[in-house]
Structure formats: C-alpha cells, structure tokens
Design a protein around this ligand. Structure first.
Ligand SMILES: *[C@@H]1O[C@H](CO)[C@@H](O)[C@H](O)[C@H]1NC(C)=O
Ligand SMILES: *[C@@H]1O[C@H](CO)[C@@H](O)[C@H](O)[C@H]1NC(C)=O
Ligand SMILES: *[C@@H]1O[C@H](CO)[C@@H](O)[C@H](O)[C@H]1NC(C)=O
Ligand SMILES: *[C@@H]1O[C@H](CO)[C@@H](O)[C@H](O)[C@H]1NC(C)=O
Ligand SMILES: *[C@@H]1O[C@H](CO)[C@@H](O)[C@H](O)[C@H]1NC(C)=O
Ligand SMILES: *[C@@H]1O[C@H](CO)[C@@H](O)[C@H](O)[C@H]1NC(C)=O
Ligand SMILES: *[C@@H]1O[C@H](CO)[C@@H](O)[C@H](O)[C@H]1NC(C)=O
Ligand SMILES: *[C@@H]1O[C@H](CO)[C@@H](O)[C@H](O)[C@H]1NC(C)=O
Ligand SMILES: *[C@@H]1O[C@H](CO)[C@@H](O)[C@H](O)[C@H]1NC(C)=O
Length: 501
C-alpha cells in the first residue's frame, strides 16, 4: 500500500516536471507581453534563472515585465521565441553643459550573461561636441568602439541624416553581451550650448530612431530606446549539445540553429511550421493556403509542413503560377486539335467542292439550254445527215473559242460595231480564223431553222470571194459565235457574216 502510494507520487511528480519542462501550462502574460518557455514567471516554468521574468508595476500602475537579475528599469516590451529574440526599453547615456561648464554626466550599462546584443541594433550618438563610446564584452575579450560628431553651428545639419554632423552611428559587433555607454566632450560645448547643451548616446533597433535637428536642443535624458536582445540556451553549440537528452530544447518539428555568435544553441521551426520551437507542440503547421499569395493557379491543398497545388482533371503541371501551371493534357490537346482541324478541312473541301460542282453543273445546264434554243440539235442533225465531211460546219464549244481567242483578249480584236465584235483566233489545229461574236435577237422556231440552213449552206460554199464558215457556237444566250477562215480582209468577213445572218 505504502509502496503503491510512493510510486504514484513519483509518477505524478515526474509528470509535472515533464510538463513544466516543456512549458505546458506555463504560458502567462504581463500587460501586453506574452511570456512563453524558455521564459517563465513561476518556479519550474523557466529554463534557467536568467529566463525568469518578473511582472511588476510601473509608477502609473501598469503591469511591466522585467528581469529581476538584470535591472528593474529594463522593461521587456515583446518576446519572440520563434526568432529567439526580445525587445527591451534601454536607457540612454547623456553629457550636459551650461555656459559655466559641465552640469550632468550620465552613463548607461546593461549586465547580461545569457543574452546578446542583436546586430539589428545601431549605436547612435547625437551632439555637436561629442565623442561617444561603447565598451562591450565579446567572449573573453572586452572591446571598445564609438563615434565622434563635432559641429560649430546648425548650418549643415540635416534631418534623418546620421552621418557625422550632429549625429553619428555605428554597427555593433556580433555576439556582444554586457556593455557600458559613455560620452565625452572636447570643448565643454563652449559656444554651442545655445543650440546643443547636451550629447546623447544609445543603442536602438535599426529604423526605430530618426535623427531630427530638434533633438540637439531638446532630447529628454530619461527617454528610453527600443533595442533587441538575442538569446540562446546553455553554453553548448549545436554540434556539442546532446540532442537525445531530455534537456535538449528543440522539440517536435524544429531544428537546432547555430546562426549565432556566442555560446549556446537556438531552436528554429522547420520550414512550413511556425510557433515556439522550445515547446512540445510549439511548431504548428502553417496553412499556406489561407494566405492570398500561395501561388496556386487552381487549387491549394495544405499538407503537414508544406502545401501542394493541384490542377483540374484532364490538366497537368505543378499548378504553380511561377511554375509550369496547369495545362490541358497533351494527348487531349492533340486529340481535340486533330479532330477539329480534320473536321474543318473536311468541311472546307466539301463546301468548296459543292460550290464549284454546283456552279459548273448550273453552267452546263445553261449552256445546254442555249444550245437547244439556238437550234444546236437541228444543226447537229443536218451536219450528220449530210455525211459529216471535213469541210462541213462544225459546232464549237464555248471553251474552244475561249482558248482560241486567249479569253477574248483585247489585242485580238480586229473589228467592232453594232453587229458585234470580231476577234482573231487560233484553233487547236493551228488554223488562223476570224471569230465573230454577235447579238442574236429572240427568234421564232422558223427563224432558227432559217439560220441553221444558212449556216449549213455557208459552210458548203467554196468560192475565193466568199468567206468560208467553219462552224459556230450556240452555247450562250442571244450570242452566238462563228468562225471563218482568215485569209481575207476583215471588212469582207464582216460583210459575209452579215449575209449569213
Ligand atoms: C498595450 O497595448 C495597448 C494597445 O496596443 C497600448 O495602448 C498600451 O499602452 C500597451 N501597454 C503597455 C504596457 O505597453
Ligand atoms: C541572479 O544571478 C545570480 C548569479 O549571477 C544568481 O546567483 C541568482 O540566483 C540570480 N537571481 C535570481 C533571482 O535568479
Ligand atoms: C550651470 O550649472 C550649474 C550646476 O547645475 C549651476 O550652478 C550654474 O549656475 C549654471 N550656470 C549657468 C550660467 O546657467
Ligand atoms: C575564454 O576563457 C576560458 C577560461 O580562461 C577558456 O577556457 C576559453 O577557451 C576562452 N574562450 C575563448 C573563445 O577564448
Ligand atoms: C527637422 O524637423 C523638425 C520637425 O520634425 C523641424 O522643426 C526642424 O526645423 C527640421 N530641421 C531641419 C534642419 O530641417
Ligand atoms: C571643461 O570643464 C572642466 C570642469 O569645469 C574643466 O576642468 C576643463 O578644463 C574644461 N575644458 C575645456 C576645454 O574648457
Ligand atoms: C568661442 O567664441 C569666442 C568668440 O567668438 C571665440 O573667441 C572662442 O575661440 C570660441 N571658443 C571655442 C572653443 O570655439
Ligand atoms: C524614420 O523615417 C522613415 C522614412 O523617412 C520612416 O519610414 C520611419 O517610420 C521613421 N521612423 C521613426 C521611428 O520615426
Ligand atoms: C556556462 O558556462 C559558465 C562558465 O563557463 C557557467 O558559469 C555557467 O553556469 C554556464 N551556463 C549554463 C547555462 O550552463
């Protein structure tokens, strides 16, 4: 019974120890500042005495967090365990004079062991008879650095410019811990006390102070500046620390990070996670898809520690705006392209073919109609009835005449008038002929018969004074074509043709 109770007590105490070691149930706040592991404000909730944060009260009754072991006046304004940094209010050094001489000289210091002055800070001095120093602890060494500003008037002072006229600044070395800031003057501010009675020096986070000419005259020496402190765990670096030990503080989804000068190691959440890497469940998955600039073209899928972009069905690619994006599947594209172009080509061929086919057919029908109207059948019968000798009149097609006249070329015209137009033509058997294109008025059945008779008779006449009719073309409305041998004067041809009609 007693043994059981003892075991229970041991189990419970170890449970309590584990939970406090992981910072569970230890998180607290003081005013606006959240105090999270490895910092703590209660026994068992902080990693080492240096991480003990005390919540006090300002003179106005506001809660103010500070480090008991450092200084009651150094107020913590924010803590960021994910970046292993914190922001504090640090006082400034000053050195004041009046016409008779020095009135007040005040230096400022900070004693820190487990913390380091972040390189995000700048050491700044303001004044016109000023040389400011900062002495710091860097490992086993003590270093001293600073800057000088000297000016006889306000003439060349520029707001926002801290380059040696009324204001000077320097970067600070990496890994500095405890430091002291002090100021001296060369001439006791003689002749300049009217516009610059005091010199000031301070450490401030970059961008948190802009120089103004007004500060030379009126800068409160009880003012505090925001500066950044880095911190690390223990004395061992990432290479040296036993990562298997329970005391190793880089917990789930975090890694040991040695981007830090000075002893100790720091923890950092893995990419895709954020939070406090010094606690068991501190590094939480970032839902990248909630951010507007996740860079997915179509759909964003959050995964544990990362995210993926996906494309709609039938599309491939990494789905990222700056990647390959989402493109329709190659096979699908080709299929669609081929079928579309094939269909289009087919349609084009079909339409063209139908159009020209139809046009040709209609032309043929028309030609046949005129051929009949103009007595073509009758003429054919008469010719074949007479035995069909070479000298007889022939029926030409319109295409034959087109070819013979080089498509009624202007240069081929040899006569023109109310009767029609006469062209010079070359037949396919190289005979040179005259081709007359004349208007044929609407005719009755008997008139056509007479005309055909004339054609047949004319073609049979063989006299040197009479032009011989070779044939005619009947395939066009109101126009018909006849060809004659071309050895005689055009006037004669025409008169003969007149006779023929
Ligand atoms: C806390 O935050 C509020 C609002 O941001 C601010 O007005 C207040 O001064 C802050 N208190 C302290 C102690 O910094
Ligand atoms: C302050 O630091 C000293 C050693 O520098 C240490 O002995 C003391 O316990 C610390 N005080 C607190 C309250 O942690
Ligand atoms: C200068 O300051 C001292 C001490 O603060 C004071 O006694 C003295 O009167 C001041 N002199 C002038 C000229 O203001
Ligand atoms: C600092 O001094 C200690 C003790 O003298 C020594 O062991 C250590 O190596 C020194 N560290 C450096 C960086 O010199
Ligand atoms: C600097 O700015 C302050 C106001 O912030 C102004 O009163 C002063 O005259 C300016 N000084 C110069 C040199 O521009
Ligand atoms: C500055 O004032 C101190 C104290 O009054 C005096 O000892 C020193 O000589 C003065 N220096 C100059 C350069 O006036
Ligand atoms: C201060 O001004 C006076 C008069 O203009 C001059 O004689 C003296 O040298 C100046 N002192 C300094 C330190 O510039
Ligand atoms: C200093 O000036 C910059 C640019 O002029 C501005 O962005 C910044 O907010 C200023 N900082 C402070 C503390 O006034
Ligand atoms: C770091 O080492 C120093 C001596 O080198 C020792 O006094 C201090 O306690 C160590 N700090 C931790 C957290 O182990």
């Amino acid at each position: 019974m007693c043994l059981l109770l003892l075991l229970l007590v041991v189990a419970m105490s170890s449970l309590w120890l584990a939970s406090s070691q992981n910072g569970l149930g230890c998180e607290s706040s003081c005013g606006n500042v959240t105090i999270a592991y490895p910092f703590g404000s209660r026994e068992g909730c902080y990693y080492s005495p240096d991480f003990l944060v005390t919540c006090g009260q300002s003179s106005t009754g506001e809660p103010i967090p500070f480090f008991q072991n450092i200084s009651r006046n150094v107020v913590i304004t924010s803590m960021t365990p994910s970046k292993s940094k914190m922001e504090i209010q640090m006082f400034i050094a000053s050195d004041c004079y009046n016409r008779s001489g020095p009135t007040r000289d005040q230096f400022a210091y900070l004693r820190i062991n487990d913390f380091r002055v972040s390189t995000k800070n700048r050491f700044i001095a303001i004044g016109c008879d000023t040389h400011a120093f900062i002495n710091g602890v860097l490992g086993n060494d003590t270093i001293s650095t600073g800057c000088i500003s000297s000016c006889a008037s306000k003439t060349h002072i520029t707001n926002g410019s801290c380059t040696g006229v009324g204001c000077c600044e320097i970067e600070i070395p990496n890994g500095m811990s405890s430091f002291t800031m002090s100021i001296d003057s060369y001439r006791n501010h003689t002749n300049i006390t009217d516009f610059n009675p005091c010199s000031y020096a301070f450490l401030v986070e970059e961008g948190k102070y802009n120089f103004s000419s007004n500060d030379l005259l009126d800068f409160r020496s009880d003012q505090k500046m925001l500066m950044v402190l880095d911190w690390a765990i223990g004395n061992d670096t990432c290479d040296m620390v036993n990562k298997e030990a329970h005391s190793f503080l880089c917990k789930r989804n975090s890694v040991c990070d040695q981007s830090y000068a000075g002893p100790g190691y720091r923890c950092r959440c893995l990419e895709g996670y954020e939070g406090n890497p010094y606690t068991e469940i501190g590094c939480k998955d970032i839902n990248e898809c909630e951010s507007k600039n996740h860079g997915c073209v179509h759909k964003c899928n959050d995964k544990e520690g990362y995210y993926e972009c996906s494309c709609p069905k039938g599309y491939t690619g990494d789905g990222k705006i700056d990647g390959s994006g989402c493109r329709a599947d190659q096979s699908l594209v080709i299929k669609i392209a081929i079928s579309t172009s094939a269909a289009a080509t087919f349609l084009l061929i079909f339409v063209t073919w139908s159009y020209f086919g139809l046009k040709k057919r209609r032309l043929m029908i028309l030609r046949e109609k005129f051929f009949r109207q103009n007595g073509g059948i009758m003429l054919q019968q008469r010719i074949s009835g007479d035995g069909g000798s070479r000298d007889q009149a022939r029926v030409f097609t319109i295409n034959e005449l087109k070819k013979a006249t080089n498509n009624y070329d202007e240069s081929r015209i040899i006569g023109k008038g109310g009767f029609g137009t006469v062209y010079k033509g070359v037949l396919s058997d190289n005979r040179i002929v005259a081709i007359k294109k004349s208007k044929l008025p609407d005719q009755t059945e008997t008139q056509i018969e007479q005309f055909i008779n004339e054609v047949v008779i004319l073609s049979q006449i063989n006299h040197r004074n009479v032009v011989k009719l070779i044939g005619c073309c009947l395939e066009q409305k109101s126009l018909y074509w006849c060809t004659s041998s071309f050895q005689m004067a055009p006037s004669l041809i025409i008169s003969t043709m007149k006779v023929s009609h």
